[in-house]
Write a new protein. Structure first.
Length: 234
């Protein structure tokens, strides 16, 4: 058997395996209250999307395939990518377990004329190639009903996470004593009270407060409280 023949047989086997898994998915996806998307990792394109997803985006699977990698920028909020892309990459790097999955929030919309809609999504490996390397992943995306106020909470969580990323380096500049004082300021303690609690002079507290404002680049008590909340000091 020539190498060419072997490659053709391997391709046929791979295509048959993919077709069988997609057929099994298609048999049930319309009954499930969620959207399924299968991505080809070799081409970074959509291999399959369930009818609910096609309806939401207003595109057929063939339309989505023709978009190529533009699919991601066209329908999804780029601000969310920084949160979930490392999780997906980690899944593919640590790929010895097909049952492992990653979960994340993401926003999608059919076009710029539509409002962003929040989804709770989870992704896992769907198929492997002949080298046992993941070739396809499957994602299910479940819409979040805004009437339960979950979307606003998700927004606050993501904003806080973004705040952490932007200010982690500044926070790490603080000494242990400055962190203690930061927490007490956020709790509403004045310099005299802080001095009494920490058994230091009021002058020392004033100096630490000045250093805190300089290192964190904050001006108001609200800014101080925001740091304390974001870094779980209160």
């Amino acid at each position: 058997m020539t190498n060419s023949t072997r490659q053709k047989l391997t391709a046929l086997t791979k295509n048959a395996a993919l077709a069988n898994k997609l057929a099994a998915l298609q048999a049930i996806d319309i009954e499930l209250p969620t959207i399924f998307i299968v991505h080809d990792l070799n081409t970074m394109t959509v291999e399959y999307m369930s009818p609910r997803g096609e309806q939401f985006l207003g595109f057929t699977v063939n339309d989505l395939k023709s978009l190529g990698s533009e699919y991601f920028s066209k329908f999804f909020n780029p601000d969310d990518v920084a949160d979930y892309l490392p999780k997906v990459l980690s899944l593919l790097h640590d790929n010895d377990n097909d049952e492992k999955l990653v979960c994340f929030f993401q926003q999608a919309r059919a076009s710029e004329k539509h409002e962003w809609k929040w989804f709770l999504s989870s992704t896992k490996i769907f198929l492997r190639n002949e080298q046992n390397v993941p070739s396809h992943i499957i994602t299910n995306a479940t819409p979040i009903d805004p009437q339960y106020h979950i979307t606003s909470k998700v927004n606050r969580l993501l904003q806080e996470k973004d705040f952490l990323k932007k200010n982690e380096a500044f926070f790490n500049m603080l000494t242990k004593r400055e962190i203690e004082i930061l927490r007490l300021i956020a709790l509403g303690k004045n310099s005299i009270e802080i001095a009494f609690i920490l058994h230091i002079s009021e002058k020392t507290v004033v100096t630490h407060r000045r250093n805190l404002r300089s290192k964190l680049n904050v001006q108001t008590s609200y800014d101080i409280t925001k740091f304390a909340q974001a870094f779980d000091l209160i």
